[in-house]
Design a protein around this ligand. Structure first.
Ligand SMILES: [Zn+2]
Length: 244
């Protein structure tokens, strides 16, 4: 009996070791085995098949847009720079809609300030390690809409002074006051939030209930795959697209 138990233990041990070693082959850049575009070739091919897939550089596409890309600085909730440069990209139809928002608001002397747009999947993996909660940080098991290039985090500025309009909380404040419908706020703050929300919604974006600064583009969202290509590569890739 004792001998057969030992034999059983040995079999179980071997089985566990075998399954551990197969898990050991997991790609650290894609540990959940998602369908990710992470090579230049795959990206260029996706754009060749559907021009909407192009990730557009907002700084060149939207005149006078202001970037405050917090994850390229230590001024973010992780306390460390995540991105290697302060850039902002969105899929073509999303960038076009955002340009319309900026044009509409300019008539009220208001401009857009971008905190975050497309986020390489590697950034989502890192965030989740730092902040093990998926209320404010997307789970890497599904990826974020930022990874798919149709989500944007932004606020409003006064075009004369360049100052941000007063909003319910600073960016990435993970409290109930950040909720898009949080009611107990001064009149001017409620009005500023309403200007942002109304302008975005009227151009095809939807709100996210827990964060006043986050918007998703509503149309065709299922067609955008997760991308994990660093910002710096897009300058080179843009040349490749011209030759398509
Ligand atoms: Zn966001």
């Amino acid at each position: 009996m004792k001998r057969s138990l030992s034999a059983l233990t040995l079999v179980i041990t071997l089985f566990v070791l075998a399954s551990c070693s197969s898990r050991g082959k997991v790609d650290p850049r894609n540990p959940y085995g998602l369908d990710i575009i992470d090579t230049d070739e795959e990206y260029l091919e996706s754009v060749a098949q559907d021009p909407d897939m192009e990730l557009i550089d907002l700084e060149t596409y939207i005149p006078n847009i202001v970037l405050d890309i917090r994850y390229a600085t230590a001024n973010n909730f992780t306390g460390t720079p995540i991105y290697t440069s302060p850039r902002a990209f969105l899929r073509k139809p999303v960038a076009e809609a955002l340009l319309e928002v900026q044009n509409e608001l300019a008539a009220q002397n208001i401009g857009l300030k971008i905190y975050d747009a497309y986020r390489p999947y590697a950034g989502t993996l890192y965030f989740y390690e730092v902040y093990l909660d998926s209320t404010f940080v997307a789970s890497p098991r599904t990826g974020s809409n930022h990874n798919r290039g149709f989500a944007v985090d932004l606020s409003l500025i006064d075009l004369t002074t360049g100052e941000e309009l007063e909003m319910p909380t600073p960016f990435d404040t993970f409290t109930e006051v950040a909720a898009v419908d949080y009611p107990n706020l001064p009149e001017n703050v409620l009005a500023n939030r309403a200007i942002l929300v109304n302008a975005m919604v009227s151009h095809g974006f939807t709100t996210y209930k827990d964060e006043w600064w986050h918007f998703n583009f509503a149309k065709d969202r299922e067609k955008y795959k997760i991308v994990d290509i660093p910002f710096e590569e897009f300058s080179t890739l843009a040349q490749g697209l011209q030759s398509l």
